[in-house]
Design a protein around this ligand. Sequence first.
Ligand code: IPE
Ligand code: IPE
Ligand code: MG
Length: 244
Amino acid sequence: MSLPSSEKLPQHVAIIMDGNGRWAVKRGLPRLAGHRAGTENLRRIIRACVEFGVKYLTIYAFSTENWGRPREEVDGLMHILEDVIDHELKELNQQGVQIRHIGRLDQLAASIQKKVLDAVKTTQHNDRLVLNVAFNYGGRDEIVQAIQQIIRDGVSAEKITPDLVSSYLYTAGVPDPDLIIRTSGELRISNFLIWQAAYAEWFVTPIYWPDFGKEEFLKALETFSNRDRRYGKVDSKEYEDNHA
Ligand code: IPE
Ligand code: IPE
Ligand code: MG
């Protein structure tokens, strides 16, 4: 696998980091062991993004629907988020990673909210990689929040455009994802970036997230670089060549 040239790299990669539970169960381990292994892998992929020159990485870490899991697993996932911030912030900051949070912060424990806000503040001037952490994130929730704020701001109906809606989302100012990767083989969006994904390219692999390493990531980037993104259009030169 070789790294595509910079103009063929996605500017924004978004990842549905799925399959941690099955990875663990396959090994006779508790599901939380899979989530821990997943965070180890995340470290590898963040490093790879910095090395390869990907500018934006959005990771789906906890969905608004994941509250429906057993209490022990939800608590464990909250704990892992705190742990990751405690142990990784320094290195992420040194690597030039700017951490952002997307999703509902107000429903998380006060201690977690504080850690997340600290991490965002500490890294706010970094510019090698923007890392959007989708934690307690749901695409429908994001759109509902946006509509509520648009109404509160008294925006008149004719002023509402796609760009205006985008500017009210958690991802305001971030380009839409070019490439969305989903590990563990599921062919669904699971409420992730449902607005922003309008023209994203997809790469789905059966590999579980803890095993999705740098080589697999390179494969996803290479596959992306060979995609023909048409955005609903027909290439005018090709059209003329075929209809001359
Ligand atoms: C993804 O792994 C991580 C989270 C949703 C937090 P899963 O926990 O969904 O793993 P599977 O899909 O059950 O294997
Ligand atoms: C999506 O995975 C959420 C995250 C990766 C955080 P899920 O495992 O929750 O999605 P479903 O239930 O398979 O759709
Ligand atoms: Mg899953």
